[in-house]
Ligand binder design. Structure first.
Ligand code: APR
Length: 241
């Protein structure tokens, strides 16, 4: 009976660090996005009301960067794990909860992905509540394809707004045997509090990050390194267990 045999259900939290090697900037590094884009201007509802064109331009740029980026070995490894880790294969449930707005997990082969902070390639109509796959610009107030109103905004959870599907996330954490955090600084709640939730239900907690994070002390194990190297190594371990 190996140490990992009891692990059935896994929740994996990812942050900007997993996409850094795909060329997408993180937020809080020296060259992070928040260094040259004041959060209150581009990532709050108040900022959007104050200057919608500034905000739409900011997310147009990020949308273009996401489309130009490609999954890296960390995304591909999680795609392999997602395909193999199923109850039908004598494993358990798996859920990737990402704070990232890029679609690199899905393009890396993962299906069970939950975007708690929204998606760059999605536009949300604040009049009819419809969501639309969006790859172009949102500047100039294009009409909503469903209701025709000029009320589209980036489908992004801004500071001060409630992240998506929190019930589903807490249910998955409540049932997990292993909680893994990849490429996140632990600076933003509620995501930064998930490790303690997992600890409370007796789950194992593993952190994979380039450097110590604000939440490292809450993890039973921390492995430091680049996601493109340490994530595939961890996935091989899981699939060999
Ligand atoms: N491999 C692994 N980890 C990395 C790599 C890499 N190649 N590059 C950077 N990291 C780590 C950094 O050490 C840092 O701990 O990724 C983390 C990135 O932290 P942040 O920039 O703070 O990004 P994140 O934690 O995802 O931010 C959370 O804050 O700004 C909001 O909504 C935004 O979703 C975002 C949330």
């Amino acid at each position: 009976m190996g140490a990992m045999d009891h692990i059935r259900n896994i929740v994996i939290l990812t942050g900007a660090g997993i996409s850094a090697e795909s060329g997408l900037r993180t937020f809080r590094a020296d060259d992070g996005l928040w260094e040259d884009h004041p959060v209150e201007q581009v990532a709050t509802l108040q900022g959007f009301h104050r200057d919608p064109d500034l905000v739409q331009r900011f997310y147009d740029e990020r949308r273009a960067q996401v489309m130009a980026a490609n999954p890296n070995p960390a995304h591909l490894a999680l795609g392999r794990l997602d395909m193999a880790w199923k109850p039908s294969r004598n494993r358990g449930e798996l859920l990737i909860v990402t704070q990232n707005i890029d679609d690199l997990h899905e393009r890396g082969g993962a299906a069970r992905v939950l975007h708690m902070h929204g998606e760059a390639l999605s536009a949300w109509c604040t009049m009819c509540d419809a969501r639309h796959r969006w790859t172009g610009s949102l500047r100039g107030a294009p009409p909503c394809p469903a209701c025709g109103q000029a009320a589209l905004r980036p489908d992004i959870v801004w500071f001060g707004e409630m992240p998506y599907q929190m019930d589903r996330i807490y249910r998955a954490i409540g049932n997990c045997d292993l909680f893994v955090s990849i490429g996140t600084s632990g600076a933003v709640y509620p995501a930064a509090g998930f490790v303690q939730e997992a600890g409370r239900v007796g789950a194992g907690t593993l952190e994979l990050n380039l450097e110590e994070s604000l939440g490292s002390r809450f993890f039973s194990e921390t492995r430091l390194g680049k996601a493109s190297e340490i994530v595939p190594a961890w996935v091989e371990e899981m699939l060999a267990s």
